[in-house]
Design a protein around this ligand. Structure first.
Ligand SMILES: [Ca+2]
Length: 98
């Protein structure tokens, strides 16, 4: 559940980084907004989030989509973390090799 305070924070970050004032965030604006909220996303990670949460396929994130993103992705592991899991698995494979 997103608290009222979180919603206010997301709302402010969303609008502060809507640089061209079109009411939605493109990938650049989304990356800046996420950084403002303490999520340091690479450009590739931001593109991934944008594609995942762009419910209407507009290529940009509306505030509703941004809320869904922060509610779900805020607690999810980032793509970087899944790379770490892959590396750990690969090390295991090497260790079990004769
Ligand atoms: Ca915009």
């Amino acid at each position: 559940m997103t608290s009222h305070d979180d919603r206010v924070r997301y709302f402010e970050a969303f609008h502060r980084h809507d640089f061209n004032n079109d009411g939605v965030l493109n990938s650049e604006e989304l990356m800046a907004a996420l950084q403002d909220l303490g999520r340091d996303e690479e450009a590739a990670g931001t593109e991934h989030l944008l594609r995942t949460y762009d419910a209407d396929g507009s290529g940009s994130i509306s505030f509703d989509e941004f809320l869904a993103l922060m509610e779900k992705a805020g607690t999810e592991t980032s793509p970087q973390a899944s790379t770490d899991v892959w590396d750990a698995r690969r090390e295991d494979d090497e260790r079990t090799r004769p």
